[in-house]
Design a protein around this ligand. Structure first.
Ligand SMILES: [Zn+2]
Length: 195
């Protein structure tokens, strides 16, 4: 338990609003009995957070099939890129929302390594966004400067200022995922991965 996660990323909340929204969501989950206020710090739960809220008496409500006991829920606040899978550091592709042009970053199955030159504009834009809340990368196909948060990255790579890592939980139910997004009031992406 504890070395795999399901992650819900809020891909719309601003860095400024993320802290207050995180607190509201924790309150909601505690109220629903999904977690308790008590934190467990006996492990590394994400790149930036090393403690999480212990499961509450009603945790079963969040999952499809309560086959095993879940671990803590870590809350990650702050503009960050989130990777699922085994934790590659780049997206495998980026698609321009203006022209649908697709930039290949990792050219499967020819290569399993990111193309540094293709990734660099995104890496720089993400660094700028993390720092200031804004960053954009030019589309090589149509030339538009597109905010990095508007690029559509391949699955398992998402930008967001708020994420929830459910460590070791059985698969989260689709109804719960939808309710979670409603509570956030924003669009979400769901990832899973190992640490
Ligand atoms: Zn374009």
């Amino acid at each position: 338990m504890g070395d795999f996660f399901e992650r819900i990323v809020d891909v719309e909340v601003s860095g400024e609003d993320a802290g207050a929204l995180a607190e509201r969501m924790v309150e909601w989950m505690v109220g629903e009995g999904l977690i308790i206020r008590e934190l467990s710090g006996d492990g590394v739960y994400s790149l930036t957070v090393d403690e999480g809220y212990l499961p509450g008496p009603n945790w079963q409500r969040a999952v499809e099939d309560p086959g095993w006991e879940p671990g803590p829920v870590a809350v990650v606040v702050g503009r960050e890129y989130h990777v699922g899978g085994q934790g590659e550091d780049t997206a495998d592709s980026a698609t321009c929302p203006r022209c649908d042009g697709r930039v290949v970053i990792i050219d499967y199955p020819e290569s399993f390594e990111p193309d540094d030159e293709a990734w660099r504009p995104f890496r720089d834009a993400i660094a700028g966004w993390k720092e200031t809340g804004e960053g954009s990368a030019a589309c090589p196909a149509c030339g538009a400067q597109v905010p990095v948060t508007a690029w559509q990255f391949g699955s398992g790579f998402d930008l967001g200022a708020l994420a929830f890592d459910f460590w070791g939980w059985p698969p989260l139910g689709t109804g719960f995922q939808a309710e979670f997004a409603r509570q956030l009031g924003h669009r979400t992406e769901v990832q899973e991965g190992k640490f």
